[in-house]
Design a protein around this ligand. Structure first.
Ligand code: HEC
Length: 158
């Protein structure tokens, strides 16, 4: 079960001002049955990031950009922890992490830091009455960029 693609599609649709199709059925996620360890922990963390991203999107959609502050703060706080959940070579059939993460570690970390900073900007814009929509667009682009480079695709998408 994979929710990100839908969240991304959902977000882009919202930001582009199109009509929205929220999946009506949300099933329990696979990670809950994974054995304890860094793979499970980082997928759980990413699922939280995904939930916060959805909350930001919902706030924009509802015309309440100030409500994006708290979930954006959450994302900014989570990302530094994400980096710590990648012991060398920790991937396999339970994980969609690509092996190139460890060969390109500095770049991987740069993507993570970029998201942290972008989420901080979203929170700031939300608090100061700034342009939350464009800050969010920038933030959501970073999800896509990192996934494209460092996360394996799934057969049921693309
Ligand atoms: C620094 C790189 C990076 C960034 C930035 C990033 N992700 Fe991820 N994300 C990953 C990796 C790698 C995985 C796969 C982890 C695994 O399976 O071990 C993942 C997995 C996920 C998952 C878990 C389900 C799945 O598809 O495996 C969700 C949900 C998710 N990301 C959402 C987001 C959202 C939303 C953003 C932006 C707000 C984001 N991510 C930004 C690297 C990133």
């Amino acid at each position: 079960m994979h929710t990100l693609k839908r969240i991304e599609t959902f977000v882009w649709t919202a930001l582009l001002g199109g009509s929205l199709l929220l999946p009506s059925l949300v099933m329990a996620d696979d990670w809950e049955s994974l054995p304890p360890g860094p793979i499970r922990d980082r997928i759980e963390l990413m699922e939280k990031v995904g939930d916060d991203a959805k909350t930001i999107n919902d706030a924009l959609k509802a015309g309440n950009p100030a409500d994006a502050a708290a979930p954006a703060d959450n994302i900014a706080a989570l990302m530094p922890k994400f980096d710590e959940l990648f012991p060398e070579g920790s991937t396999g059939e339970d994980s969609r992490a690509k092996k190139n993460i460890w060969a390109s570690w500095d770049e991987f970390q740069a993507f993570s830091t970029y998201l942290k900073d972008a989420a901080t900007d979203v929170a700031k814009a939300a608090r100061d009455g700034g342009d939350v929509k464009s800050a969010s667009r920038k933030m959501f682009k970073s999800c896509k960029s990192c996934h494209k480079k460092f996360r394996l695709p799934k057969e049921d998408e693309e």
